[in-house]
Design a protein around this ligand. Structure first.
Ligand SMILES: [Fe+2]
Ligand SMILES: [Fe+2]
Length: 292
């Protein structure tokens, strides 16, 4: 169902993004992921990795070990038994879900500065991840864990902008709201880049899959994103979060009519049902991602 992109425009877009990434890296100090995250992601990259080595690295980090165990014991994953060790937890979760937990830890680690905005950014990321996971099967996107990861990271650029200049970012959000201008336009004016480009620079630095990076880069392109693509799923997820009032919005995201229809969000009643199911999932799962 994905729309074909013109190879020439895709290449020139990639060149422009590369140049942006270089400039963003010069202007903003991009945070490194915690050491344990880098170690786990490196192990997972090796197709011959050893589960025992993986569980040892996770066990050595009490916070990550506790998150891994709690998640593996949640109703979504613990179908037959409750894992008693990190090793068993990894087998129950599967590698994709484990990777999501690890990346979530990295994203959360640089929101340590607690404020209303950082809470909002984190809650929005999780809400979008849950919504993307619910929307993916509706539009025939096969990888729900990838959708979850895309949703979780789509606004990671806002976290970077907030972290490098908390006061300035907060003021910019307020001005966008007062002037009734989109946050993306306001960011481009203030920083020279919007949070999509900043997010891609970070994901490039962290070495996260191209599929997620491409979706993050395009998640404000509206109906230009092919129906059923990861970027379009993230836009509908953003739309659902705006309806659930979880996030920073100065205007309602507009994923395009076809994508709204395909994801079953056209009728007010079905949209309200989806919003409620995401709120319920948020209540059930947010503590798992925040477990110390
Ligand atoms: Fe965004
Ligand atoms: Fe968003």
């Amino acid at each position: 169902m994905q729309t074909q992109t013109n190879p020439m425009s895709a290449r020139s877009q990639q060149d422009a993004v590369r140049q942006h990434i270089r400039q963003i890296k010069e202007r903003h100090k991009l945070p490194s992921p915690p050491v344990v995250v880098t170690k786990v992601l490196n192990i997972l990259k090796n197709p011959d990795f050893n589960v025992r080595e993986l569980s040892r690295v996770i066990t050595d980090d009490p916070s990550l070990a506790s998150k891994t165990l709690s998640m593996s014991r949640s109703p979504r994953y613990a179908k037959r038994f409750q894992p008693q060790s990190v090793h068993e937890a990894i087998l129950v979760l599967g590698l994709q879900a484990l990777r999501t937990i690890v990346v979530a830890t990295a994203a959360e680690s640089f929101l340590a500065r607690k404020s209303k905005i950082s809470e909002k950014l984190w809650n929005h990321s999780l809400c979008a991840a849950l919504a993307a996971r619910a929307i993916a099967p509706r539009v025939g996107y096969p990888d729900v864990e990838m959708a979850f990861l895309g949703g979780l990271l789509h606004d990671v650029g806002e976290m970077v902008l907030f972290n490098s200049d908390p006061r300035g970012f907060e003021q910019m959000v307020e001005e966008a709201r007062q002037d009734d201008v989109s946050i993306v336009k306001k960011e481009a004016k203030q920083y020279g880049f919007d949070h999509s480009a900043v997010g891609v620079a970070l994901l490039d630095y962290w070495n996260i899959d191209d599929e997620v990076s491409e979706a993050v880069l395009s998640h404000h392109k509206g109906s230009d994103n092919g129906t059923g693509s990861l970027a379009a799923i993230i836009e509908v997820a953003d739309y659902v979060c705006a309806r659930a009032e979880i996030g920073l919005f100065s205007e309602l995201p507009n994923p395009g009519a076809e994508m709204i229809r395909a994801s079953g969000c056209e009728a007010e009643a079905t949209l309200a049902e989806l919003v409620q199911s995401i709120r319920d999932a948020f209540d059930q799962e947010s503590a798992l991602f925040r477990a110390a």
